[in-house]
Design a binder for this molecule. Structure first.
Ligand SMILES: *[C@@H]1O[C@H](CO)[C@@H](O)[C@H](O)[C@H]1NC(C)=O
Ligand SMILES: *[C@@H]1O[C@H](CO)[C@@H](O)[C@H](O)[C@H]1NC(C)=O
Length: 473
């Protein structure tokens, strides 16, 4: 106001109040623009994207979304549209839905109103705690303990239920920083983070380059470099966001790597978010949770936050069930408040209490699901080999990270983009290119294999083979 009022004196007449407001706003905008342009840019270091935050608008024009749109406009169908686009860009798991379907058929009491005894309207119709029913938190804490082979306890009171893991991540973004602050994210990373974390919170994501030559593993040096570069640009780093098993690579972080991330965060006084949404989709090797490393070391337990959800391991993203597990009392209280905007329907919660309480079924379901995922992974590997392609070593997840560097005209993002376009518009396969995952090494693509049926997958692999043959001519 102090700026506006004197300007009213300068700008005379009836427009005084109007111009008195517009002029200072305009000047402020120009000043911001000037400051922004003067900011040192990390790409001067010749390190591509590492340490540089992507623009918040990246979401809509990312090849990740363009590929989806192409698929929806021209979806493949074996008989009705055999030349359509095959969707290999969606990490969804439909491999074991038949098992869930059978369970539901055998347990009508879990979902049917008229079976009287169990599901009563009066139990689910009224308002509930927005952060989750105590009964569901209780079975979920037990479930989380099973994920780490009962090596440590999970306290139900530290669970905050959210409508999908997406909401849990966004809540953490709101809790841990202000708009303009940054999270470090090992890259390649899940393209959806740009949407889920940045859109409303204004938090920036800074990729931390994990080279293929080091098995896509995060190193302390890379973390430190990205941290230094970000701070130097006047941006405050608030947290590191890791994912294990990783997406898009499918590698699991071992205890040593997690502990090096935790040590780094401890030294810098920042938080760690561990997205473990694929924890039960590990088909090779052993999953380690950041909470295990946290419990085993000399750490303040309040700076590590676990995100989980049932969308991937159970193949039920439509149910919208995610959770945040944190020992930080302040974040716990704030997150509980935030769930007012992302509560899971009590009808869904009630069903899941029954389902997850059937531990015998859950154990068998997850085991069979892992077996089916591994079989898929294995047949993709074989199909890729026929097409003279390889993918990175993987231990879990619903995808593999395919190495197509040998098909690029040059080792550049532009060549990668051209190959991606060829695959999408000519071969009619929607794969996600590394650029969408903020990966500076050109030529890597994510291929999702658990959302299509076997016949469709075979058609996709066949198309890749034909494509390689054509490239050779
Ligand atoms: C980051 O900055 C710290 C403190 O200035 C310095 O000691 C360290 O060597 C830097 N690390 C890298 C990788 O640039
Ligand atoms: C949560 O909401 C309650 C009630 O509105 C409020 O008193 C409390 O300060 C909030 N807590 C946090 C941590 O935001």
């Amino acid at each position: 106001m102090r700026i506006i009022v004197p300007l009213q004196g300068v700008v005379q007449g009836r427009g005084g109040v109007f111009w008195g407001s517009v002029i200072p706003c305009g000047l402020f905008y120009l000043l911001q623009l000037y400051i922004r342009q003067r900011r040192p840019n990390s790409s001067e270091d010749g390190e591509g994207e590492a340490g540089q935050a992507a623009p918040p608008s990246a979401g809509g024009d990312s090849p990740y979304y363009i590929g989806w749109r192409e698929y929806y406009q021209d979806p493949y169908h074996a008989t009705e549209n055999p030349d359509g686009v095959i969707q290999l860009g969606l990490a969804e798991n439909t491999l074991s839905l038949d098992l869930l379907q059978d369970w539901l058929k055998n347990h009508p009491e879990a979902s049917l109103w008229n079976e009287g005894e169990h599901l009563k309207l009066m139990d689910v119709a009224p308002y509930q705690y927005s952060h989750g029913m105590p009964a569901l938190k209780s079975v979920l804490s037990n479930f989380l303990e099973n994920l780490v082979e009962r090596s440590m306890p999970f306290n139900a009171d530290n669970i905050v239920l959210t409508a999908g893991a997406t909401a849990a991540l966004e809540i953490l973004a709101f809790c841990l920083g202000e708009a303009g602050d940054a999270f470090l994210v090992p890259s390649p990373y899940y393209p959806g983070f740009d949407r889920d974390i940045k859109w409303r919170s204004g938090i920036q994501l800074v990729p931390v380059y994990c080279p293929s030559s080091k098995g896509f593993m995060i190193t302390r040096t890379a973390l430190e470099k990205a941290y230094n570069q970000t701070q130097r640009r006047g941006i405050t780093v608030r947290a590191i966001l890791i994912t294990t098993p990783g997406n898009p690579v499918g590698n699991i972080l071992d205890a040593e790597t997690i502990s090096s991330v935790l040590n780094f965060a401890k030294a810098k006084g920042i938080h760690v978010i561990s997205d473990e949404i694929y924890a039960a989709s590990v088909f090779r090797g052993k999953f380690v949770s950041a909470s295990q490393v946290l419990a085993a070391g000399d750490y303040d337990s309040g700076f590590v936050h676990i995100v989980y959800g049932l969308s991937k391991d159970f193949g039920i993203p439509g149910f919208r069930v995610g959770l945040l597990y944190t020992k930080n009392e302040k974040i716990l209280a704030a997150a509980q408040n935030f769930t007012r905007f992302c509560t899971v329907s009590s009808h869904t919660q009630r069903l899941l209490v029954y389902l997850l309480d059937d531990k015998d079924f859950v154990g068998k379901f997850l085991e069979e699901n892992r077996r089916r995922l591994y079989n898929r992974y294995d047949s993709v590997l074989k199909g890729l080999q026929i097409a003279e392609m390889n993918c990175a070593e993987s231990s879990g997840g619903l995808y593999c990270w395919v190495d197509l560097r040998h098909l690029l005209a040059s080792a550049s993002q532009e060549a990668e983009s051209n190959l991606w376009k060829k695959l999408l518009y000519e071969v009619k396969l929607n794969l996600t290119p590394g650029s969408a995952c903020h990966y500076p090494e050109a030529g890597w693509f994510r291929l999702c294999f658990a959302n299509v049926d076997e016949q469709t997958l075979n058609v996709a692999l066949k198309r890749l083979h034909v494509f390689t043959e054509g490239m050779r001519k």
